[in-house]
Write a protein that binds this ligand. Structure first.
Ligand code: ASP
Length: 493
């Protein structure tokens, strides 16, 4: 069942990739902007995709004190199987849903060994499923999301969701549902998004309030509003209107979809669940003291992210404490800004620039970096590559025409009508006099290109152009991958 869908999704993806790569080449933009791909009815899977909901709790599974109470509730109360039951029969129209109850508590209650286990649970589910939806509390959802984005070793869709209002106030999830709860809609739409396969190769995305955001960039911006999640610098990836999933941007890693470069070095099966060291965040402010940094270093903390003012500045006292901790205890520091957006650069030795990563996202990458390497230069490379993915289309300038290219004329002659004698042959058992069982050299290339499923057989000129562009892009992307591999050689296990 799932296989039939995957086959269809894979062919859809490869068409979409070709369209996306060509769009990127022609537009030279920082994001892939493609129109939603129409898929012929015959292309549709007969079976529904299998989606596993890996539930961890949060407000989504919360029980409220009353139907009109949004802020007084106990998070992580109802089991996910009961929540999915409320979505029936509607959800079964587009997905076969299975549930893994990983935990049931507030998002802040999870430890890094549990994060490790969560990644393994998601990877296990993705072995058979077409996509996974992870539910969690919204307070640290952006950290859950970026952790999964950096660690899950599967290109299948991973969607994280939750709710800002508790689900119900009764003894069961279908009893006394909270007035205006956003939980059921967020869960339904996230399953729809995962089932659509529209975010295949995107890594983890966050879906809430009908919006879709990249895990690396999204942040919680309001303590109580339903529209709390935002991607400040780049905007959302898309949205879901009713049953219409609209994705019109993509994380840069999608360009590596067809190669192993897509995967991060953080394969958690290579480390123990206790491998993650303590990393803290120092929040700078006017005339801030440096005692917290010194105390953390003395307590064995291995890394500190500084949320500096402006472009990453910290106070004189904090700066002195940082110098001492880096020198005496080998603490690694990552500089970020407390402004909520914008980049931080510079730094040497044990001080790594966090780019435009938010402090809480930089902390996740620093924890993983410290677990996977003892080499601060390796970590610096990861922050500037994995931590700062960008589209690099500069190499295309050498191989792709910046202006429209004339389409070559079709070269295939119309097939002549067979004459009666040709149809009849020259005698019993003889082949027709002019029959040619093998296409001649002159007619083969255009005919074959014209028959490619992507281009259709009716436009061989366009087909040849597209095939040529795809070939050129393949060469460029291969060259880029080789370049990237040599840059990272010896750094990735
Ligand atoms: N306190 C809750 C949590 O993060 C809030 C939520 O679920 O939105 O688990």
């Amino acid at each position: 069942m799932a296989t039939a869908h995957r086959t269809s999704a894979a062919s859809r993806l490869s068409r979409r990739l070709v369209v996306g790569l060509i769009a990127t080449a022609l537009v030279g933009a920082g994001t892939i902007a493609t129109a939603p791909v129409a898929v012929a009815a015959a292309d549709e899977p007969a079976d529904k995709p299998k989606i596993v909901v890996v539930a961890t709790g949060g407000t989504l599974a919360g029980k409220a004190a009353g139907r009109d109470t949004y802020t007084n509730y106990r998070a992580g109360t109802y089991p996910m199987s009961d929540l999915v039951a409320v979505l029936q029969p509607e959800v079964s129209a587009f997905a076969d849903v299975e549930v893994v109850q990983f935990g049931n508590s507030g998002s802040g209650g999870y430890t890094f060994p549990q994060y490790h286990d969560l990644t393994i649970a998601v990877e296990d589910a993705l072995r058979d499923a077409d996509g996974v939806v992870v539910t969690t509390g919204t307070d640290t959802m952006e950290e859950f999301a970026y952790w999964l984005d950096l660690t899950v070793q599967s290109k299948k869709p991973v969607v994280i969701t939750g709710a800002m209002r508790p689900w119900a106030a009764g003894d069961t999830a279908s009893d006394s549902m909270v007035l205006g709860t956003d939980g059921p809609a967020n869960l339904l739409q996230s399953i729809r998004l995962a089932a659509s396969q529209e975010t295949f190769c995107f890594g983890t995305v966050l879906s809430l309030n009908d919006e879709v955001h990249a895990a690396r960039d999204v942040t919680k911006t309001n303590s109580t509003r339903n529209d709390t999640f935002a991607t400040r610098l780049s905007g959302m990836l898309g949205w879901i209107d009713g049953s219409d999933v609209v994705i019109n941007r993509a994380p840069a890693r999608v360009l590596d979809c067809e190669t192993n470069d897509w995967f991060t070095p953080f394969d958690l099966r290579a480390v123990s669940r206790d491998a993650y060291p303590r990393v803290e965040i120092f929040y700078n402010a006017q005339a801030a003291g440096g005692e917290s940094i010194s105390a953390w270093a003395a307590a064995g903390v291995k890394g500190v992210v500084t949320a500096g003012t402006g472009a990453g500045g910290i106070s004189g006292a904090a700066g002195q404490a940082r110098t001492a901790a880096a020198r005496d205890q080998g603490v690694w520091f990552v500089s970020t800004t407390r402004t909520g957006s914008g980049s931080v650069s510079g730094g040497s030795g044990n001080i790594i620039p966090g780019g435009d990563l938010l402090p809480q996202k930089a902390r996740i990458l620093l924890i993983l970096s410290r677990a996977f390497t003892g080499d601060v230069e390796q970590a610096r490379t990861w922050f500037s590559t994995l931590g700062a993915p960008t589209f690099d289309s500069s190499a295309l300038a050498d191989v792709v025409s910046p202006t429209p290219v004339a389409e070559p004329e079709p070269t295939v002659e119309p097939t002549p009508e067979p004459s009666p004698s040709e149809s009849a042959g020259t005698g019993a058992g003889d082949p027709p006099a002019s029959a040619s069982p093998v296409p001649s050299a002159s007619e083969t290339p255009a005919a074959v290109v014209g028959a490619l499923p992507f281009t259709g057989g009716g436009a061989p000129g366009l087909a040849a152009l597209v095939a040529g562009l795809a070939l050129a892009l393949g060469v460029v992307l291969y060259w880029q991958h080789q370049r990237r591999l040599s840059a990272q050689r010896g750094l990735i296990h």
